[in-house]
Write a protein of this length. Structure first.
Length: 173
């Protein structure tokens, strides 16, 4: 019985140390100016303007949950564009890693487009594009949008946002 318990305890220790080791391997860094774009954006013309406010985003703590509150806007100056894909990458281990691709139908709900179409010179804003979590850590994200112009050209837009670990306020309710 003691031998079985010792083997189980050893196995648990190995699993825990392996998990800690895996987490320790994540190297959150700052992307350089010449950091390669994610492959799906390479070779596409940048025709969609993307902006985050604020660009450097500090969290607030509300009842033990951290909120990085920011807004994201998109705009096409040159023509109507039909968005065919959008999502976000996060930067770690010295590269951009896909965090999430959103369902295209969500664009209408979150940004206020109709049938995923951006009208020329019309800004669309997701006012509550917030990062939320119970762990406090900073990092970089790159939001991207891929669309097609009326003449069939596939274009893109992207912008980074810096989320910090500098807590601005803590609220307890």
């Amino acid at each position: 019985m003691k031998k079985d318990l010792l083997q189980i305890a050893t196995l648990i220790a190995i699993i825990i140390s392996g998990t800690v080791g895996l987490n320790a391997q994540v190297n959150y860094g700052t992307p350089s100016e010449d950091e390669p774009l994610p492959e799906k954006l390479q070779g596409l013309r940048r025709a969609i303007e993307v902006a985050h406010f604020p660009k450097k985003n500090d969290p607030v703590n509300i009842e033990g949950t951290y909120y990085w509150k920011h807004a994201t806007s998109i705009l096409s100056k040159e023509s109507e564009i039909k968005v065919i894909e959008y999502g976000a990458y996060i930067y770690y281990n010295d590269q951009w890693n896909l965090r999430r691709t959103y369902p295209n139908k969500d664009l209408d709900k979150t940004f206020g487009t109709k049938k995923q179409k951006m009208l020329q010179a019309h800004p669309y804003t997701w006012t509550e594009n917030w990062r939320v979590g119970d762990a406090l850590f900073g990092g970089w994200a790159l939001w991207y949008f891929i669309g097609t112009t009326p003449d069939g050209e596939t274009v893109c837009g992207y912008e980074t946002i810096d989320t910090t670990s500098n807590v601005l306020i803590t609220k307890k309710f």
